[in-house]
Design a protein around this ligand. Structure first.
Ligand SMILES: [Zn+2]
Length: 349
């Protein structure tokens, strides 16, 4: 993901009364103090595909009992995150459309609606999703990475913003706004969803995809789950959070689809599950075995071998489509149309 993902972190509400068994923690989304600690997250040795000079402390995974949000604490502050994203490898964000099940599901949802003329991809990177979606739409993107934005523009994508703060200034709003594999990089998902709603026309759609904490593999692994051990991932949602956020923002959920990040054959899926459960029970022994395996192959054992094995075959992702009801969505998220400093949509110079 792009460092624009961190921009929204400053918009979180002021802390409320903090109680419960999680020390001084309160939910970054709903501000409830009724939270619990799920478990420790392993330290990270890479960030956005680049090896770190020193490990990034994993901290702990927390869960809000009110809205269902999960989040990492502590998190690097915005300056640290921006610096880490700048050092990141762009190749770590590139995927082929065939491997992106969420792109396929989102495209099918968009194409089945005949009233869609404009689509905005928040965090569009080099425009691959919009390119995959095809022509027939006015396609726009928000992207902070200058070179990626150039590539997107070369594909006919109109770059209308550089970071999330631009969502509140776009006018007219879009028929569909998508943000895939973005919300897990954001410090306050509720505030982010509210911004997406303001950029969506009345009756339009917001489509998100990300990991889903309400899955058996994640519950088994807790803070040691592969998805939350990725250092760039700081917030995690689930269907319960979607319902809570939709009710607060007066959105409705039109589609909610569970899918696997990388479907695999039964044998490979079994190996991934077994490797994770072994790591869950005996992480030090798992590291030792990895180290011996690397040595037997004549390779150096990287510090990253201490991190959890991936479990990409697990059906641990969700895609949700929120419908913005008729009426002015800006009024629903606490900002009237008269107050909103909209500007006409046009390319960023
Ligand atoms: Zn909450």
């Amino acid at each position: 993901m792009r460092n624009q993902a961190a921009e929204i972190r400053d918009a979180r509400p002021a802390p409320a009364k903090r109680t419960g068994n999680a020390g001084s923690q309160s939910c970054p989304g709903c501000n409830s103090g009724d939270v619990s600690r799920v478990g420790a997250i392993p330290d990270a040795f890479e960030f956005a595909g680049t090896a770190l000079d020193s490990p990034l402390p994993g901290g702990s995974l927390y869960r809000c009992k009110v809205c269902g949000l999960h989040w990492r604490h502590p998190q690097p502050d915005k300056c640290e995150l921006d610096a880490l994203y700048r050092k990141g490898s762009a190749s770590s964000w590139q995927y082929h459309p065939v491997k992106r099940r969420d792109w396929q599901i989102a495209s099918a949802i968009i194409r089945k609606h005949g009233d869609v003329a404009t689509v905005l991809d928040v965090g569009c990177f080099d425009g691959r999703f919009l390119d995959h979606l095809g022509g027939g739409y006015r396609r726009s993107g928000i992207e902070v990475h200058p070179l990626a934005a150039e590539h997107a523009a070369a594909k006919g994508i109109e770059i209308v913003g550089r970071d999330f703060s631009d969502l509140d200034t776009l006018h007219p709003p879009f028929d569909v706004v998508v943000a895939m594999d973005v919300i897990e990089h954001v410090g306050n998902p509720r505030t982010f969803l509210a911004s997406l709603a303001r950029a969506t026309r009345p009756g339009g759609l917001i489509i998100l995809s990300t990991g889903n904490t309400a899955t058996t593999p994640w519950r088994l692994m807790g803070g040691m789950y592969w998805y939350c051990s990725i250092a760039e991932h700081i917030s995690f949602i689930n269907p319960r959070w979607c319902e809570h956020a939709a009710a607060e923002l007066r959105l409705s959920i039109e589609d909610l689809v569970m899918f696997s990040h990388e479907p695999a054959k039964a044998t490979e899926a079994f190996i991934q599950a077994a490797a994770n459960l072994f790591y869950r029970c005996l992480p030090n022994l798992a590291y030792t075995l990895r180290r011996f395996h690397a040595l037997s192959q004549g390779k150096a054992c990287r510090p990253a071998c201490r991190t959890p094995p991936h479990w990409r075959s697990a059906r641990d992702h969700l895609l949700v489509a929120f419908r913005v009801p008729a009426g002015d969505p800006r009024e629903r998220v606490g900002q009237s149309a008269a107050e909103s400093p909209h500007r006409a949509i046009g390319p960023i110079s």
